[in-house]
Write a protein that binds this ligand. Structure first.
Ligand code: CAA
Length: 283
């Protein structure tokens, strides 16, 4: 069992914490503010309660999982972790700063990982004095449901670090694929041109968003259509991913559709803000 640190208690951070706690790991979940940390604990309890209600978890297992998680606003609390996964905003400057802080705080053996979906892990690794112990561990949304994790191998990482990361991911019941440190890795490099082009079809008036979603579900067997998925991922995150992909490749397929940018400006961010391509207030 590892002592896991998770930095950032957004959709992904809290999902990763839940997976790890259910797998028996001790988790320190760090939010910037204690109020957010407390709210995340309450949300975690609610999510675990849902599992109990569905008969998938006993009340004792729920209590044990909850007991393994400490939510805090103190970055110093991460100093006792064997592995720290950051899942803060997709902003390279913020992440680099965080890696430099974590490097100073954490003991020599600690592995530092990023849950970034597009940013260069090497740039985070080079902020530390331990670039051989830095890799990407990229979970998918919702983290408790999707069973795949991309393990990202920056140029500097050691084989030992990658094996430890793989062992951790597999201990959480996930499958791992190893990918190079290249924007979008495998999944987002393929997924985001598709999502972006769905928005362009909508802009062109080719079909309604409902019909585009229905088409892709019905014809390709996807569990949700592109607009439902964009709302799940978050439109701000989707825009940041497309911008990072476009920055790296200058491929027009990655240039964010104007409507996506306008919706983010309008704070229509998807499920998390109650409104994106669809309205979630009613549900
Ligand atoms: N959070 C946590 N759990 C959720 C959830 C959520 N947002 N949505 C659904 N679930 C759980 C449900 O509780 C249910 O669990 P049980 O089977 O244990 O009861 C299970 O998922 C199935 O849910 P439902 O039957 O209600 O609904 P569904 O069959 O339509 O599945 C879904 C929902 C799992 C989200 C499915 O639609 C799906 O797989 N969608 C595609 C998601 C996807 O592509 N994710 C990758 C996004 S890209 C990304 O993450 C990369 C990045 O870097 C941005």
């Amino acid at each position: 069992m590892v002592a896991l640190g998770v930095v950032g208690s957004g959709i992904m951070g809290s999902g990763i914490a839940e997976c790890a706690a259910l797998a028996g790991h001790e988790v320190v979940l760090r939010s910037r503010q204690q109020a957010t940390a407390d709210a995340t604990m309450a949300a975690l309890e609610k999510s675990l309660n849902r599992r109990v209600d569905k008969g998938k978890l006993s009340a004792e297992e729920r209590d044990a999982a909850l007991g393994r998680v400490t939510a805090t606003s103190e970055l110093d609390a991460l100093a006792r972790c064997d592995l720290v996964i950051e899942s803060v905003v997709e902003d390279l400057a913020v992440k680099k700063h965080l890696f430099s802080d974590l490097d100073r705080l954490c003991p020599d053996p600690t592995i530092l990982a990023s849950n970034t979906s597009t940013l260069p892990v090497i740039e985070m690794a080079m902020e530390t004095g331990r670039p051989e112990q830095v890799c990407g561990i990229h979970f998918f949304n919702p983290a408790t449901v999707m069973d795949l994790v991309e393990l990202v191998r920056p140029l500097t990482v050691s084989d030992g670090t990658m094996s430890t990361a793989r062992a951790f991911v597999e201990s959480c019941g996930k499958r791992a694929v190893e990918v190079a440190d290249r924007a979008g890795f495998v999944v987002n490099a393929l997924l985001f041109p598709y999502l972006n082009n769905a928005i362009r079809l909508l802009e062109l008036g080719v079909a309604s968003k409902e019909d585009i979603d229905t088409a892709m579900q019905g014809a390709c067997g996807f569990p949700m259509g592109p607009f439902a998925l964009l709302d799940l991922v978050g439109l701000d995150t989707s825009l940041a991913i497309l911008e990072a992909l476009y920055h790296e490749y200058r491929d027009p397929n990655y240039a964010p559709a104007p409507l996506l940018r306008r919706m983010v400006s309008a704070e229509q961010l998807g499920r998390k803000s109650g409104r994106g391509f669809y309205d979630y207030h009613r549900h």
